[in-house]
Design a protein. Sequence first.
Length: 53
Amino acid sequence: MGHDNLDLRVHDRVALDEIALYAEVLSAVALSERRLTTEELDNALGLRTSAGH
């Protein structure tokens, strides 16, 4: 059985969403000159903390 018909594209929406979130965190870290706070990480991920909002 060959792999000629194997579709190598990603079809898993959850995995793609996790990759996008990881990219957001990496972007925030790359822009910062120091360790990010939990609040800053939450903001990068689009989360709201109960104390902040």
